[in-house]
Design a protein around this ligand. Structure first.
Ligand SMILES: *Cc1c(COP(=O)(O)O)cnc(C)c1O
Length: 381
């Protein structure tokens, strides 16, 4: 089955008892055991038919052996790190999601885990960071908000050579654009609150594991820790995922048009977009991504106020988050990355003038006209 067909027919998509074209929302917390110990489900935290439908779907889409649904992307990431123990060391990308940084810095370190942060595009830096205690390499590609692209296959190979797990947060791409397990990665995680849900109306996390042992261990942790996705949210997520292909094609097309527009805009000094042929990561992106994603970041010329620019927009909405049908824009230094100290932010390349745009699926003419009127506003006319 091709990917776009899997989106519709993958996992369980039809209700087995009625033939309904939508999997029912099974709210039951417990299930009758006519013969004790022989029923398929016993308690909903351990297994729920609605949640299982979306878990099977994401496993199919990413090409893994098991899918697991959590109450948020953050709960999913926490469950993954629960595979490890005090004293374990990790190599982590230097541009990971702010919440992941918070989980590492504010929680996991207290449990005795240690972390070395590197630019994972630099493969020798990744290798050099590995110690005798290292257990996994954890990264995002493209990263947030600078959209840096790491060679997935190369990192997965380094991990294998050193007997480490490779873990990739695939939120920014969705499986439509890139499937890390196909490049030898062990675990993929998603904040399903972004492209997979796609409509800014469900917070969820998905994990896909390769190999029966990892699948079993993660299922154990999902049940033991209990941060599961609710039946209603599971249903909502699967409903959203059915149109992922349609949405992604529109996101990709619109993002490319926005990139072309911004490239000619004189008030823009720098653009971060993996599809930019001048971007140093362009060839890596081309190799492993099916399209360059729907995210673009850019800087205004020095002295221009990014706040004034985004607040002038009428169609594009100022908000955190990304990956939904509507275009969302934000200023990382003031919003998503505001909790990172300014010096660290600047060292990581996140300037105060940086603007991050999640290009939605609106009519492109309205998006470009909106950007144009806001640039004109900055120019004072
Ligand atoms: C949003 C996000 C998360 C966290 O997911 P939640 O569903 O908000 O908990 C993790 N990683 C990335 C890349 C994200 O964008």
């Amino acid at each position: 089955m091709e990917f776009n067909t899997k989106l519709i027919h993958g996992g369980t998509s039809i209700d087995e008892t009625t033939g309904g074209m939508s999997v029912p929302i099974h709210m039951a917390t417990t299930f009758q055991q006519k013969k004790i110990g022989e029923s398929k489900y016993d308690y909903s935290r351990s297994g729920n038919p609605t949640r299982e439908a979306v878990e099977e779907l994401i496993a199919d889409l990413e090409g893994g052996d098991a899918g697991l649904a959590f109450a948020s992307g953050s709960a999913a990431i926490n469950a993954i790190f629960s595979l490890f123990s005090a004293g374990d060391h990790f190599v982590v990308g230097n541009d990971v999601y702010g919440g992941t940084f918070r989980l590492i810095d504010g929680v996991l370190k207290r449990f005795g885990m240690t972390f070395t942060v590197v630019d994972t595009r630099d493969l020798s830096a990744v290798e050099q960071a590995i110690t005798a205690k290292t257990k996994a390499i954890y990264l995002e590609t493209p990263t947030n908000p600078l959209l840096r692209v790491t060679d997935i296959e190369a990192v997965a190979q380094i991990a294998r050579q050193h007997d480490l797990l490779s873990i990739i947060d695939n939120t920014f791409s969705s499986p439509y654009i890139q499937r890390p397990l196909e490049f030898g990665v062990d675990i993929v995680i998603h904040s399903a609150s972004k492209y997979l849900g796609g409509h800014s109306d469900v917070i969820g996390g998905l994990v896909v594991a390769k190999g029966d042992k990892l699948a079993e261990d993660l299922k154990y942790l999902q049940n033991a820790i209990g941060g599961i996705l609710s039946p209603h949210d599971s249903w909502l997520l699967q409903r959203g995922m059915k149109t992922l292909g349609l949405r992604m094609r529109a996101h990709l097309q619109n993002a490319e048009a926005v990139f072309n527009y911004l490239s000619k805009q004189q008030l823009v000094s720098k653009i971060y977009y993996p599809g930019d042929p001048d971007n140093p990561d362009f060839n890596t992106a081309k190799k492993q991504m099916n399209g360059f994603g729907g995210m673009i970041s850019f800087e205004l010329q020095e002295g221009l106020d990014p706040k004034e620019f985004v607040e002038q927009l009428q169609v594009i909405t100022v908000a955190e988050s990304l990956g939904a049908v509507e275009s969302l824009i934000e200023i990382p230094a003031l919003m998503t990355h505001g909790s990172i100290p300014r010096e660290i932010r600047l060292t990581n390349g996140i300037q105060d003038e940086l603007i991050r745009l999640s290009v939605g699926v609106e009519d492109i003419n309205d998006l470009l006209a909106d950007l144009e009127q806001s640039f004109n506003h900055l120019k004072g006319n």
